[in-house]
Design a protein around this ligand. Structure first.
Ligand code: NOJ
Ligand code: CA
Length: 704
């Protein structure tokens, strides 16, 4: 490792034409931040990478409701710099340890007319910038309401962007790839999801936003440590190519209720001339606080199967009965109605899944549709749909608890909240106690539909506080959380590692709802995964959904080799094998990779990457000498000469290589794969070809 002297921390005090300017460099000197107070005392920053502009001079500030904005009229009253270098050990992760190395500039500003203080903190890492607002304790600013945060990110050109429309309620979109100047014109076509309260600004996009410049710079804009604050979207001023923060409003249209002392989340800009460095960046995690949970021994990565895909595809149902259009919790007597023949969560079926999990080494079985209320769920935004503790008559909690325990398999709880956050909070203690009593140590929660209380959005401050409440309370009960439809993550799993997964993007379920873009999985690592792991639910082997449900003509836009690769390219300590047991039994040889692949890692190497085109990752499984490689490919056939030079010198390994067959294709021949075996060393090269929507997966096991 190159030694970088701390002396490279430069805080340059100078007086330029407009006022105070201060410069900060990253530890290796590649990134430079310039902070200044422009005329009228407006806080302004700019960021360069290897002398190229990443962020041109951009203003910082906030508008307040019924009070003078914190945007100008500032003087500098204090400034500090520091250097920080520490290595920490995550509870689970892509690497055994993580280095947190940055130079920091803290500036304290005073607004002349109001005497209010605002502090700005900048952290410059070798791979990017974090900046945030801090509101120190003071007499002239105590309780305040945000009208808008006005953080600008002025772009240096008309970059290529991989973007999602700025919906306040969902990220479950395919990405649109376009020039920044085309976002406006392509916006309406990009809006394909149909949430009931859709509202966003015309040119708003979501983060993490991935950009590529014409000169080959990769820039990623996101946020870190989103707690007690609204989620940030970005509005583009096309004329000036400038993004500005746009916070998710609450039901009154306000953007945040704050009380000093407090701080905003970090606004992050990850930058590199190498796309692989964006994927390898730990900046988002590093900007979060260390682990807040003292005893983490109960937090464990999970590989699981579930009574799930059959419902998603429409083969089976969540609901117990078709007889009742609506039910009343605690009053409706389910024993008096005829069960639906396709109800999936039966004791018998769940036992079969437990057997399959035990036979193939899975840690857990997720069961959805086990509890009363699903008759009311579809498309409804009702307050008291679920109580999270009352099973349907054909689901015997105690029998399954004992059966699962006897097979050393965990059952994974499912809480569909129906978006009713207060209803969930009211039932939460009892729901978590029920889990403790019945052997469940992880919950998949879900927030489908409009949020209740009405008018709140999935990404507003109110709802973000709810997700956090659910997470912290779960930690009290030693429960791991995998929240679907919650806000996209911002690295808070460092602080609360019981947040073992999130969906919060377009997952595999959409392959059963009409399909996803063929290059979707080559973009997600650059966008959604920047904030933390995703419960993407890979592992589909039967791509023709009509096989499961003749009325569902959807097609999974992926080959089997691509599905295998996802276990490596889509990092997550929680990985599902989502397809039905019988589809795995039909392809036992390919299924072997899913059984073997790790879920927790000592090392991760991003070997090849280009957003929208391909990603190749090698990971070394925790506590072993075994490596797993995954490569996902976009729309064009691609060959690669894969060097295995990351393997230990002098060691021989047994490689099992799962590739697309030459005639495979995601659309018309997705199940064609080949498996070969070979002894390899760190001098080996593998010449491999991936077809459109294809990929490859390799397990490399150290030989004794
Ligand atoms: C949407 C989730 O993403 C999916 O996994 C779940 O099965 C349904 N909601 C029902 O809760
Ligand atoms: Ca979802």
């Amino acid at each position: 490792m190159k030694f970088i002297p701390i002396i490279q921390l430069i805080a340059l005090f100078c007086y330029c034409y407009y006022g105070v300017a201060q410069e900060l460099q990253s530890p290796n000197g590649a990134l430079k931040l310039l902070f200044s107070l422009e005329k009228k005392g407006r806080p302004t920053y700019q960021l360069d990478y290897k002398s190229q502009a990443v962020i041109k001079p951009s203003h910082l500030g906030l508008e307040l409701k019924d009070a003078k904005a914190l945007m100008d009229d500032f003087v500098l009253v204090g400034s500090k710099t520091k250097s920080f270098d520490e290595t920490w050990t995550p509870v689970w992760g892509e690497t055994k340890t993580i280095r947190n190395h940055y130079n920091e500039l803290e500036v304290t500003l005073k607004q002349k007319r109001t005497e209010r203080l605002l502090r700005l903190r900048f952290r410059l890492f070798d791979d990017g910038l974090g900046l945030r607002y801090e509101f120190p304790q003071q007499e002239n600013l105590v309780y305040f309401v945000l009208k808008e945060e006005r953080t600008q990110f002025a772009m240096a050109g008309d970059h290529t962007a991989f973007w999602l429309p700025g919906d306040y309620d969902t990220q479950e979109y395919d990405y649109t790839t376009s020039k920044l100047s085309e976002i406006n014109e392509k916006f309406d076509a990009a809006v394909t999801e149909n949430t009931s309260q859709r509202q966003f600004s015309k040119t708003g996009v979501q983060t993490a936003l991935m950009l590529k410049t014409d000169t080959g710079l990769y820039i990623n804009i996101h946020e870190a440590a989103l707690l007690n604050y609204a989620c940030m979207h970005l509005n583009l001023d096309e004329k000036h190519m400038t993004f500005e923060s746009w916070l998710t409003p609450d039901s009154n249209g306000d953007k945040g209720y704050l009380q000093a002392p407090c701080k905003s989340p970090w606004r992050t800009v990850i930058v590199s001339d190498d796309a692989r460095a964006i994927l390898a960046s730990n900046l988002t995690l590093n900007l979060n606080e260390p682990c807040a949970i003292e005893d983490t021994s109960w937090i464990k990565p999970i590989k699981y199967i579930g009574v799930w895909w059959e419902m998603i595809t429409g083969k089976s149902s969540w609901s117990y009965t078709n007889e009742l259009p609506s039910v009343q919790l605690g009053v409706t007597d389910y024993t008096k109605v005829t069960p639906n023949a396709t109800h999936a969560a039966t004791t018998k079926k769940v036992k079969d899944y437990i057997d399959f999990a035990a036979a193939h080494g899975f840690d857990a079985v997720l069961v959805e549709g086990w509890n009363e209320g699903w008759e009311d769920w579809f498309g409804n935004s009702k307050e008291d749909v679920f109580d999270f503790v009352t099973p349907y008559p054909d689901f015997d909690v105690e029998v399954l608890r004992d059966y699962a325990a006897s097979k050393r398999v965990k059952l994974m709880m499912h809480h569909e909240t129906s978006g009713a956050t207060r209803n969930y909070e009211r039932h939460m203690d009892k729901a978590y106690q029920f889990m403790n009593a019945n052997g469940y140590n992880a919950v998949k929660s879900g927030y489908v539909g409009a949020i209740i209380p009405r008018g709140e959005y999935h990404y507003s401050q109110y709802t973000i506080k709810h997700y956090q409440y659910a997470l912290e309370k779960a930690a009290d009960y030693h429960i791991m959380v995998n929240a679907h439809e919650a806000v996209r993550p911002t690295g808070i799993c460092r602080t609360y590692p019981n947040l073992i997964g999130n969906e919060s993007a377009r997952g595999t379920e959409y392959q059963a709802f009409g399909g996803s873009n063929v290059n979707h999985v080559t973009i997600l690592p650059f966008t959604r995964l920047i904030g933390g792991p995703m419960d993407y639910t890979p592992g589909i082997f039967e791509m023709d959904i009509r096989v499961l449900n003749p009325n569902n003509t959807s097609h999974v836009n992926s080959t089997i080799a691509n599905q295998l690769a996802l276990y490596v390219t889509m990092y997550s300590p929680l990985q599902m094998a989502a397809d039905l047991p019988e589809h795995y039994s039909a392809h036992k040889d390919a299924f072997q990779f899913i059984k073997d692949v790790g879920v927790d890692w000592d090392e991760s190497l991003y070997l090849e990457a280009e957003p929208g085109a391909y990603v190749t990752v090698a990971r070394k499984a925790k506590g072993t000498q075994d490596w797993f490689v995954g490569h996902v490919n976009g729309a064009a056939t691609r060959s690669t000469d894969l060097k295995l030079d990351f393997l230990d010198q002098g060691k021989t390994y047994a490689a099992t290589i799962y590739t697309d067959a030459a005639n495979a294709h995601y659309k018309n021949n997705p199940k064609a794969y080949e498996i070969s075996h070979q002894e390899v060393t760190n001098a080996s090269h593998l010449k491999l070809t991936a077809v459109p929507g294809g990929g490859f997966a390799i397990s490399i096991k150290a030989m004794p």
